[in-house]
Design a protein around this ligand. Sequence first.
Ligand SMILES: Cc1ncc(COP(=O)(O)O)c(C=O)c1O
Length: 448
Amino acid sequence: MKERSKHEQKLLDKASKYLPGGSLGNLTFSGKHAMVIERAKGSRVWDFSGNEYVDYLLGSGPMVLGHANKRINNAIATYLDRGSSYFVENEPAILLAEELCEAIPCADKVRYATSGTEATFNCLRIARAYKKRDKILKFEGGYHGMHDYAVQSLYPGSRRTVAESISGNTVDLPDYPTPIPDVPGIPKETTDSVLIAPFNDLETTAEIIHKYRNELAAVIVEPMQRIIPPKAGFLEGLRKITEENDILLIFDEVVTGFRLAYGGAQEYYGVIPDLMATAKIAGGGTPLSMIAGREDIMDLYNASSGEQDYVLQVGTFAANPVSCVAALETIHQMREPGVYEQMFATGNRLRKTLADLLSNAEIPHQIIGEDVLFDVFFTDRTISNYRDTLFAANETFEKENRSKWNTTLLENGVLKGGNKMYIGYCHNQDDIEHTVQAFKKAIEVVSS
Ligand SMILES: Cc1ncc(COP(=O)(O)O)c(C=O)c1O
């Protein structure tokens, strides 16, 4: 890595002075790896010291078509002459709603918000209003944003040292379905309205659903939880149990929407929920998210229905026309021939190459995920839910090498999140070759 420039150091000093922990709260690197991003183009980002990185963070997922995409930028620039915010129906939002309903299997109607957090929050509220019940069920380790219902049992156990909460194959956590709030400041009543189940464990989930069916409004699930794919039959089973018990099924497709397939995880895995939340790619790389679903549920948002059950849902920047223009241009490009095939082929190649390199170096490993979103775990242990990741994190090799792996990749020009690599249509042959070289360096470091 290059020596830090004076300008970047000044910015970092100001960050320390004016931001809590010098951080925006998202991904922050510390010490010699601290950086401020100067610009991004295509699959690459540059920091203010002139370091260039192949970007597998992709803005935490949305930028699959690459940064500063010319067609998206032109569409935005052209639209800006017509203004940027009206708080009244606008053309791009209506046209986008039509495209979303055509693309997404469960979507009869759509409402907009500005973040994935708001979208999942709104899904839960409308589900409770529709079913007239208060409880919701989420999965341990499942991420649905930052609202009070979402930060429940997101990473239980891992805030204490992992070793403290684990001995052998047991973990010191309350039994399902008791939630643990992940942050302070959440009213107890909210925590009490959340039930927790283990992802990919249909039997335990079914027992909880059956026991609480008279209080439960909805089950919310990331169809692929973080990077853990659903086991064969898990989503189908969830669909069946929720239907049998008259409970709504919500897919959080903030990550998977337009990524696993044009119709998202519901198309990819072939299971249709009642409601879904999406954002990231669907928002065209801007602050835009959607709540979509069955007409009879979504009609609770209809102010003119005269129904007592009407659910108010507004937002100053919800359905912002500039964001909707970016989203329209993004999904138009996503459905051009070959886009998904190329993304999957790129990811598959990187994944296979990484697996071969690790096998040759006799490093225990598994590469978990789908070809467009995955990462390595340095363990032979089967990973099918959050607790498996906790046990894996406690294994010596993973514990000693996780952060070395990520920082060595960073030092060799590869930017990624802690436990994720997002593959985009923007990644090309050069990027793959560069990344494979960085993998080789990181393998040298973790092998020694
Ligand atoms: C599955 C999932 N749901 C919800 C969210 C929250 O989205 P946002 O950060 O836009 O609030 C995220 C964010 O990464 C996510 O991955």
